[in-house]
Design a protein around this ligand. Structure first.
Ligand SMILES: [Zn+2]
Ligand SMILES: [Zn+2]
Length: 337
């Protein structure tokens, strides 16, 4: 089995060092197949005429190592279909009817695990094959234990949990530690467990279920990534939890004209709480316009991760902005791009 100590700092990481530990740094993305063995060593990238995730070369799967048992469905084929983004949880906290941050893409990939166990039916949870965590805060990981328990014995291959090594370390040590919840990465056994942790460094592009997801470091109080999610010639950008940031927009700006279909940008606190937003490294509505101005793509912007007690106040502040591009994302709605 892949012990975390070996995985987190093993040869899978081409750059060495601890991803997410330092400030945002621009690097060319590298591409990993989510189906590759964790013992694989990526072989570098190619710089093309259009920088950004699409310019990176796909990394083949592992050389060497004992092949793992492979079961389950073949890779998803979705050419020509819209990207489906279902909002399971739109908020950075919870109150009745307000679920924590969680998005479902094309029925198989979940971005942040704030509410997947409470927002999806059991049948829908069984379809999930990959979970991408932007960081380790509770409003982004708390439903993971209950999701894994719900699908226990009902899936044919482990669910892949993708994130920075720092985040996965925290989730393993403080959530699936056999004290808070069982270690489902070794249950029912270590050969075919219920879930597999797949740590990846910042600027990695991970291929999964027909998507390419690039993890770009952003500006939060723990190692955190924003995400550029691509399918074919379409992309959606998620800010993650962040104060004003740069690298994410640089990566998005490297994509072709017309590719970026939506920006999802956090807006956690109302303007009057700017000092708290600053110290906790979040955004307020008054920071949204300068923030999205860093992105050259003109597309709809959806504010999310609002702290529920301030929803009405933040809605009023967003409606008062000098732009009609920004609206609050609707929980339980499925957007198609
Ligand atoms: Zn959060
Ligand atoms: Zn956070």
């Amino acid at each position: 089995m892949w012990g975390m100590g070996r995985l987190a700092r093993g040869s899978w990481f081409p750059q060495g060092g601890e991803p997410g530990a330092g400030p945002e740094r621009g690097r060319q993305p590298r591409v990993y197949s989510a189906d590759a063995s964790p013992g694989a060593t990526p072989r570098g990238t190619r710089r093309g005429p259009h920088p950004g995730p699409s310019s990176a070369r796909a990394i083949g799967s592992a050389a060497g190592g004992r092949p793992r048992p492979r079961r389950g469905r073949p890779p998803t084929e979705r050419a020509g279909w819209p990207v489906k983004l279902r909002v399971l949880g739109a908020y950075g906290g919870t109150l009745p009817g307000k679920r924590m941050t969680c998005f479902l893409i094309n029925d198989e990939v979940v971005i942040d695990a704030g509410s997947m166990a409470s927002a999806l039916t059991l049948e829908e949870q069984i379809r999930v094959r990959h979970v991408v965590l932007t960081h380790s805060h509770s409003d982004h990981v708390n439903s993971l234990p209950f999701f894994i328990e719900n699908i226990f014995g009902r899936i044919q291959e482990p669910v892949k949990i993708h994130s920075l090594p720092a985040c996965i370390d925290v989730v393993q040590q403080h959530l699936f530690n056999n004290a808070i919840w069982p270690d489902f990465a070794s249950i029912p056994d270590r050969v075919l467990p219920m879930m597999e942790f797949r740590p990846a460094p910042t600027m990695a592009t991970i291929k999964m279920a027909g998507l390419r997801i690039t993890m770009v470091p952003v500006n939060h109080v723990v190692p955190t990534v924003g995400l550029v999610v691509e399918e074919g010639d379409k992309a959606i950008v998620f800010s993650g939890d962040t104060a004003p940031t740069q690298s994410l927009w640089a990566v998005a700006n490297g994509l072709h004209d017309g590719v970026v279909k939506a920006l999802l940008v956090e807006a956690s606190f109302p303007n009057r709480m700017q000092p708290l937003a600053d110290i906790s490294k979040h955004l307020t509505p008054q920071q949204l316009v300068p923030e999205i101005a860093k992105c050259r793509h003109v597309c709809p912007v959806y504010a999310y991760h609002i702290k529920p007690p301030y929803l009405d106040e933040i809605r009023g502040e967003i409606e008062g902005l000098a732009t009609d591009r920004i609206e609050i994302v609707e929980q339980d709605r499925t957007y198609e791009f």
